[in-house]
Design a protein around this ligand. Structure first.
Ligand code: UD1
Length: 462
């Protein structure tokens, strides 16, 4: 692949936050769905794999990259560091042969928590990285402490001054050193940060109690395609033998298990039969088990295609979110929407993130009966939901409201669509093709104030 001009072509293809928030999504519920959905590439894999491309001084081609606001933001961060980046459809070409800045721009980092994940590759490649703390974090704050401690164990000096994390490696070669690192919690981001940093370190790094999420495995596979030496990704012990440098690759990202799970719930909540591909069924084991518990049947049509056959009724079931292979926190809101229409009571327990139940108030506005106590939600099944104006408070909350709107009597109007646009590629087109009745229209009057009251720190978990 030859040198290309610096461009972030394609950035305009996606709705901006203010465009999205000047629109609303109207959904007329109770229309049955039918047909097939194509599942996009995984957002969370794309974000870290784009960050990991900073490790490589040659061309990287990444395929199956979803066109999403979050992905565009990550591209903008790389472009601001001086990296050449071009986006054509779902293919991203990145050349990080020159990284002219080691400081990420605050304006973008503050809007995308995952952008902090560039700290590992920048440090490994340049021996220095300066990243503003993701919005709202305080010194030693929980959300990045495991990343920071891992990098310190590898010999980095990490200081937090004026809201900026300054990380640097001293010594002639400015190289990180392999280390044995135990994570107090199997954090996905910390596992990824340490794994990326360790690819170019001197010696071997072991991560104990590592996250086992499919996106960690996707990142490890990408790094291995670049020439990194990684063993054990997908288990709780990952070993990385540092190599002196990495090389060019062409890599396709896995399908998005959370988008797939969301469409399976769309089938269940509307009592519709739909199929989806490509998917990796093993990535959806916990989601499939819980859908079966609610009475749906999930058929594996082929190694990468699933079909949902809905039950006559939705049965209640309890759910507890856990690190993979447990039930994913990123599917909690969507299942809560489903269980509002179940026969019986369900207890939903959120153990991964604090403050991830802001969709409850909106679902209750649609006639659901949900009570929160601490990190538990008691969902008492009701016989129907009714369409209402509602506000999306985070990405998966917005998906839950779309699902509730598809099943509700009458019209649901969802505001603050920038959350939805962060994580679902072409969601309206995909739902319309299945027979849903919905449209995005300009909001009447100025509703930007409604969305501004959404605290980005509370709302952005994934
Ligand atoms: C990733 C996913 C997100 C998913 C989450 C859990 C991306 C971009 N996002 O987020 O969609 O919901 O995994 O599956 O991949 N924590 C700490 N200290 C740290 C890091 C995390 O205490 O240094 C805590 C967090 O506050 C949270 C929990 O650990 O309560 C899980 O966070 P983590 O697994 O790191 O999630 P992310 O990588 O941020």
């Amino acid at each position: 692949m030859e040198d290309r001009p610096i461009t972030t072509q394609g950035l305009k293809d996606t709705h901006t936050q203010s465009d999205a928030d000047a629109s609303v999504l109207q959904i007329w519920g109770k229309h049955p769905l039918k047909g097939h959905v194509n599942i996009s590439g995984a957002k969370n894999s794309a974000l870290t794999i784009i960050a990991a491309s900073l490790l490589c001084p040659q061309d990287c081609r990444i395929r199956n990259v979803p066109n999403l606001v979050d992905v565009k933001r990550m591209e903008q961060i790389l472009a601001a560091l001086g990296v050449k980046i071009e986006h054509h459809g779902n293919v991203l070409d990145i050349n990080a042969s020159t990284i002219s800045h080691s400081k990420a721009p605050y304006e973008i980092v503050s809007q995308l928590r995952a952008s902090f994940f560039i700290i590992g590759p920048l440090l490994a490649r340049l021996g220095v990285a300066r990243i503003p703390l993701p919005g709202g974090c305080t010194i030693g704050a929980r959300p990045v402490d495991l990343h920071v401690r891992g990098l310190q164990a590898m010999g980095a000096d990490v200081q937090i001054e004026h809201g900026i994390v300054h990380a640097y490696v001293t010594g002639g070669q400015r190289k990180l050193r392999g280390a044995k690192i135990y994570l107090d919690y199997p954090s996905v981001g910390a596992t990824e940060t340490i794994m990326m940093a360790a690819t170019l370190a001197e010696g071997e790094t072991t991560i104990e109690n590592a996250a086992q999420e499919p996106e960690v495995v996707d990142l490890a596979n990408f790094c291995q395609a670049l020439g990194a030496r990684i063993r054990g990704a997908g288990t709780n012990t990952i070993t990385i033998a540092g190599v002196p440098s990495l090389h060019s690759t062409d890599y396709a990202i896995n399908p998005d298990r959370i988008e797939a799970g969301t469409f399976l719930v769309a089938g269940a909540i509307t009592h519709s039969e739909i199929s989806l591909s490509p998917v990796v069924p093993e990535h959806l084991t916990a989601v499939i088990a819980k859908l079966q518990a609610t009475g749906a049947q999930i058929i594996t049509e082929s190694s990468d295609c699933l079909r949902i056959l809905p039950g006559d009724t939705i049965k209640a079931t309890d759910i507890e979110t856990l690190p993979y292979p447990g039930f994913p926190t990123d599917m909690q809101a969507q299942f809560m929407a489903l269980l509002t229409l179940s026969e019986g009571n369900s207890l939903i327990t959120e153990t991964v993130f604090e403050n991830r139940m802001r969709h409850v108030a909106e679902l209750n506005r649609m006639g659901a009966d949900i009570r929160i106590k601490g990190n538990h939600a008691l969902v008492r099944g009701v016989s129907m939901l009714s369409g209402a104006p509602v506000v999306a408070t985070d990405l998966r909350a917005s998906a839950a409201l779309v699902l509730a709107g598809l099943a509700a009597e009458g019209k649901t109007i969802i505001q603050c669509l920038h959350h939805l646009d962060r994580g679902y590629e072409h969601i309206e087109a995909k739902l319309l093709a299945l027979g849903a009745k919905l449209e995005r229209i300009p909001a009447v009057g100025d509703i930007s104030g409604v969305c501004l009251t959404n605290d980005p720190v509370l709302s952005e978990k994934d």
